[in-house]
Design a protein around this ligand. Structure first.
Ligand code: FE2
Ligand code: FE2
Length: 273
């Protein structure tokens, strides 16, 4: 029988973006159909690859070598959408990777519900943004993209709590901070398809951060650890550099991230307030 970790490995080893997201969505539907029938697909223990398969294009460059374009220009907006598509594709893989990577840690079925649902939503996000790019005469792969997106995964390859601290609670939380500004850029340009796509992403990403916070706190409780102290030490160990204000305090609160989690990690005069 195909296990959940087999499904994860299948997604991770599929290179093409649209093929990856189609498979991801199909596996998510299979998981939730089983859950609705009162069954749980076994987790199994298939090993994920060190790095997910990637298409030949986009070329992956050091962030310093990725050309910057003015967001006010049509080309700048295409570049911004392309960067978001790249983030979403990595997010699909990050969600399946955590499922298969830490299969030795016994977790309640609800943990997998959350991660499979988020993987499904990341797949939808990649498709929505790819649709926007194609409507503007471009496509995912047409521009270079940042290498190093997988660094957080490699750094936390054997630290489950470190992975939760850095990926959903730092990187995805950062998405909540920056998405309203991106929505504004597309609103000003009258690009309604991109506005609609970004609004779906913005609404759904709150839950992804919340899943991270929920299961991070769960593991802290299991090991009788102070969540805030452990969060600070894991982020300092695995995340390179300070967190960048301004923070979206309202959405972070909605996602179960209180200010005393992130402000002490920020590089800012208010950092110790
Ligand atoms: Fe997303
Ligand atoms: Fe997400």
């Amino acid at each position: 029988m195909t296990t959940l970790s087999d499904m994860a490995v299948e997604v991770l080893t599929t290179a093409d973006g649209r093929a990856k997201t189609a498979l991801s969505r199909r596996h998510a539907a299979t998981w939730f159909a089983a859950r609705a029938a009162g069954e749980v697909i076994p987790l199994g223990n298939a090993s994920p690859p060190l790095r997910p398969a990637r298409p030949d294009k986009p070329a992956l460059l050091d962030p310093r070598d990725v050309p910057r374009r003015r967001p006010g220009s049509p080309q700048g907006r295409i570049a911004l959408l392309h960067a978001v598509a790249h983030i979403e594709l990595n997010a699909v893989d990050l969600h399946w990777d955590i499922i298969a990577r830490f299969s030795d840690v016994k977790m309640p079925a609800g943990f997998y519900d959350d991660w499979v649902k988020a993987a499904d939503e990341e797949s939808k996000h990649f498709n929505l943004i790819s649709d926007c790019l194609e409507a503007l005469g471009s496509h995912y792969g047409a521009l270079p993209a940042h290498a190093g997106m997988w660094r957080a995964a490699e750094d936390t390859i054997d630290d489950f709590m470190g992975r939760l601290a850095v990926v959903p609670m730092v990187l995805e939380a950062r998405g909540l901070d920056v998405t309203p500004g991106m929505i504004e850029i597309f609103e000003k340009a009258g690009e309604t398809q991109a506005v609609d796509a970004m609004q779906v992403i913005y609404a759904e990403e709150v839950a992804h951060v919340a899943y991270g916070s929920k299961w991070f706190h769960f593991l802290c409780g299991r090991h009788d650890l102070d969540p805030k102290e452990v969060f600070h030490s894991l982020v300092r160990r695995y995340f390179h550099g300070p967190l960048k204000p301004p923070f979206n305090e309202e959405k972070r609160a909605e996602a179960g991230l209180p200010p005393d989690f992130y402000w002490p990690l920020a590089d800012h005069p208010d950092a110790n307030r």
